[in-house]
Design a protein around this ligand. Structure first.
Ligand SMILES: NC(=O)c1ccc[n+]([C@@H]2O[C@H](COP(=O)([O-])OP(=O)(O)OC[C@H]3O[C@@H](n4cnc5c(N)ncnc54)[C@H](OP(=O)(O)O)[C@@H]3O)[C@@H](O)[C@H]2O)c1
Length: 291
């Protein structure tokens, strides 16, 4: 099977790196050339354009930041989709809204291309260690066909239902994630005002049954003087925004998610866009971006 991987950012680089250990050749494309150059030293074929990357592929995997970027790269008259072989499979692992995944499916279908939405949970270390979870929406036989490939990047491959159900489920997870991080951050700040040390709170609050399990991992990151970015804050803002947009379309009020979106939007505007989303704590604490 000829596999093409498009989008070698924080997540895509680790994912494509794992694929390379099992499948060769793999063709890779990224807007900025450095990550593709790196993977080429491990045997990947570096393509100069999306069209070149997809032309011979049986399977194309995309892992880019936003629906707009997927659109730019894959849809429209100049997009990669029009350069794919009839019958090939496109699996979009980017976090996008289900309405956009439906559009990808429809445009693919018109060209005889098969499409699955397959967003992931897990962050940079999980992508590097091949420990992601995939939430896949689409036709059962197509999911079965791609499952061995996805399993190289993560042991958990869950078929959620028809096309768009992977994207829909991922929205639910991330809207909770965004809010949980704000809840934890505000609680730590209140705890400090009540006389507890930050380290005590970061060590002990994550052990409480009331807290989201991922917070333990973030609390460890928050103790370090310099925080590596695992999940950029600007992408968390995108996810809460998409969830709120979806809620509007479905006539479901989301009071807290609306406030949460505004908080991430302001932190993003104040310069924290490429910090890890846990930097919402620093922003709420009144710190300056870059400190
Ligand atoms: N990071 C996480 O923990 C995590 C976890 C689960 C899901 N996700 C989702 O996975 C996707 C990728 O996340 P990531 O963390 O890998 O993001 P990232 O590090 O910001 O990488 C984004 C990728 O999109 C490409 N890109 C951005 N703007 C582009 C444009 N205008 N034209 C062409 N390519 C463009 C980037 O290319 P360049 O390298 O040239 O900038 C890069 O390959 C997102 O949808 C995110 O929400 C992320």
């Amino acid at each position: 099977m000829n596999i093409t991987f498009i989008g070698l950012g924080i997540m895509g680089r680790g994912m494509a790196g794992n694929l390379l250990t099992k499948y060769q050749p793999i063709t890779v494309f990224n807007r900025s050339p450095e990550p593709a150059d790196d993977l080429a030293t491990s045997g990947a074929i570096k393509a100069g354009s999306v069209r070149e990357a997809v032309s011979n592929a049986d399977l194309v995997i995309t892992m880019v930041s936003t629906p707009q970027v997927v659109e730019t790269l894959m849809l429209g008259p100049e997009g990669g989709l029009k350069g794919m072989k009839t019958g090939a499979l496109w699996v979009d692992c980017s976090t996008v809204d289900p309405g956009f995944s439906r559009r990808c499916y429809q445009e693919s279908d018109q060209l005889g291309i098969r499409f699955l939405d397959a967003p992931v949970t897990g962050t940079k270390p999980h992508a590097e260690a091949g420990q992601l979870s995939f939430f896949v929406g689409g036709t059962t036989e197509w999911v079965a066909e791609v499952e061995p490939v996805l399993r190289v990047m993560g042991q958990n491959v869950l078929h959620m239902g028809p096309v768009t159900s992977g994207s829909a489920y991922k929205m639910l997870l991330n809207v909770m994630l965004a809010q949980s991080m704000v809840v934890f951050s505000e609680t730590v700040l209140l705890g400090e005002k009540l006389g507890f040390s930050r380290n005590f709170l970061l060590d002990n609050l994550p052990k409480a049954p009331v807290i989201a399990p991922f917070t333990k991992f973030k609390a460890e990151m928050m103790k370090a003087p310099e925080q590596e970015t695992h999940f950029p804050l600007e992408l968390m803002l995108k996810d809460v925004h998409l969830a709120n947009q979806m809620a509007y379309e479905k006539h479901q009020p989301l009071f807290l998610a609306k406030i949460t979106e505004a908080l991430y939007a302001k932190a993003n505007q104040d310069g924290w866009s490429r910090s890890d989303f846990s930097a919402i704590f620093n922003w709420l604490a009144g710190a300056q971006a870059g400190n």
